[in-house]
Design a protein around this ligand. Sequence first.
Ligand SMILES: *Cc1c(COP(=O)(O)O)cnc(C)c1O
Length: 442
Amino acid sequence: MTGSGAQLTGTPSNRSGAWAGLQAFDTEHVWHPYDRLPAPAPALPVVGAQGVRLHLADGRQLIDGMSSWWCAVHGYRHPALDAAVREQLEQMAHVMFGGLTHEPAVRLAARLAELAPEGLSEVFFCDSGSVAVEVALKMCVQYQAACGHGHRQRMLTVRGGYHGDTLGAMAVCDPDDGMHALFAGMVPRHVFAARPPDGFGAGLDPDWAAALEALAADHADELAAVVVEPVVQGAGGMRFHSPACVAYLRELCDRHGLLLVLDEIATGFGRTGAMFACEHAGVSADVMCVGKALTGGYLSLAATLCSADVAAAIGAGEGGALMHGPTYMANPLACAVGLASTALLADGAWMGDVARIERGLRAGLSDARELPGVADVRVLGAIGVVELDRRVDVAAATAAAVAAGVWLRPFRNLVYVMPAYVTSDEELDQVVAGVLAAVTAA
Ligand SMILES: *Cc1c(COP(=O)(O)O)cnc(C)c1O
């Protein structure tokens, strides 16, 4: 370690006085998501979080409109989640999952199979959403090979998607926004259809359906699966589409011998008003990825669920096993808090909260329609989006939201929120005010 870093390796400190040095080191040497070094602007130091509020080093408190990127649905420092981590820590923090097992993993797998749409009974735990998508892609390719279709290794997906940042996941992200050109030699070329037409209530567009059918038929002998985010495209553009599109993709897969992979990493655990977004369409998947809110925002954990048929085929196939096994697979601390988080959802009270937040966002954000430069305002479940007709000035928009006591992280032309389900009506009013301030400043 050189220079300023040498003085920073002591005991962590919450005192804001210590922050000057830490912040300088952070800005110079620590990468943040999708950023460069040194960072163009310092990040805000957070020293604590409680309920829906982030506590900054300078004493300010911000209501988190992002619930830490879809994760902290029950709020920060929830007593049941804190207790779950503490109790598990008294047993063990981690053991390898090869040849060993433990109660939190088994119980959480059973819980997931119970909550999941029909038929998704088999559970693979991994450490992040991106890895869950990698595992899903491998499952599909191994399944097809086991069924005698070793040439079926490509995926059919739609534009506008986001499935993670690892190479395999990136390959099924939108080819332009996912910057495939930058990694052209490393990213496999999959088959892309047009985005599903906008609008939760839009129904099935026959032209879109016909184009999908044509692509599936043209590439029938090389496609393994269809991979999509059901109903809500998240980081690819915060767009909503009709459940009828998801139902159509289910039929398409069945007609062409493709597996349907639903990426519910952002939408899962109630965010859209249904436990899983595919429930709006009344269909299930062959393979489903979950992550983000799985641990209520406590620890990085994701899972890839599949049907018994898919698992059986893979087991009977050439490799005789699913070829994946992360070091921290089914980490006990993460599984224990995942169990506690899903237990909080089990009584269904989240439904009333998500419906209440949806009403609040619809009422509150409708005022944004009148603001200059606003192209669209849309709400689904506990997701509110204001789309501008230009790129957001992220620094100006964030500063305006912070001044209003709200944490937002706009991207591209979008100012959006996905608050914790426990956000009160009063707090939601403040979140809405923060969005309006951000839009005005952007
Ligand atoms: C966030 C996200 C991922 C990636 O999850 P990470 O945990 O960030 O790797 C994948 N798919 C969707 C739909 C997501 O929103």
